[in-house]
Design a protein around this ligand. Sequence first.
Ligand SMILES: N[C@@H](CCC(=O)N[C@@H](CS)C(=O)NCC(=O)O)C(=O)O
Length: 230
Amino acid sequence: MRLYIANKNYSSWSLRPWLLLRTIGIPFDEVALRLATHDDSDFKRTLLALAPTGRVPLLIDDDGFAVWDSLAICEYLADRFPTRGMWPGDRQQRARARSLCAEMHSGFATLRSVFPMNIEASLPEVGPRVVAENDAARRDVARVDSLWCEQLDASGGPFLFGSSFGIADAFYAPVASRFATYAVPISGPAQAYADRILALPAMREWAEAARAEHDFIPDDEPYRTRPELV
Ligand SMILES: N[C@@H](CCC(=O)N[C@@H](CS)C(=O)NCC(=O)O)C(=O)O
């Protein structure tokens, strides 16, 4: 399998299936492309030759079959490797995990725009100020905090649905990184969960590679100002 991803510093959608595969221990080849939104870039040319969206993440299976969009990729992986516990075994817990992933996938617009993933940055003054001044940001942060805490209480942790890392954890992993970059104030149990995710070997591997990129994308590039693009 080949997984196409973009800059590790910025590409939160790429991180989700990458972290899932790495943490669960499924081998894959990684193809990293420099993030670009214009059609005559390597990024677009390469991706559009493989799938219609021209976006990452993109998974190409061994037989050449293409799966695009982070959520569809994770679903495909869960189908292809059904014994690896990517979704909870219990039907209702599985539905709850899917709800949380869908909530992340289609929501949290303010959180994504005010706290873009930027692993190499350290901006601890930003989080407390934004949360104090911006009601929508404060609501998004509070929702993530409470959903993490409720799930950890219900499952007993250490991951959202119990003892094994799954798709729901992968979906919220970039949020843990954003909270760290901007020192977003969250509750003790939520912070402990975020720290646990950031300490995963695969998460550290991704962060180390992100910090080694030194490929800083100007703030006025479309994908730095349009949160839906990263
Ligand atoms: N909903 C998609 C979002 C994918 C996405 O926006 N990827 C960004 C990089 S993280 C991208 O390819 N941006 C380039 C573009 O939109 O032209 C997913 O979940 O995979």
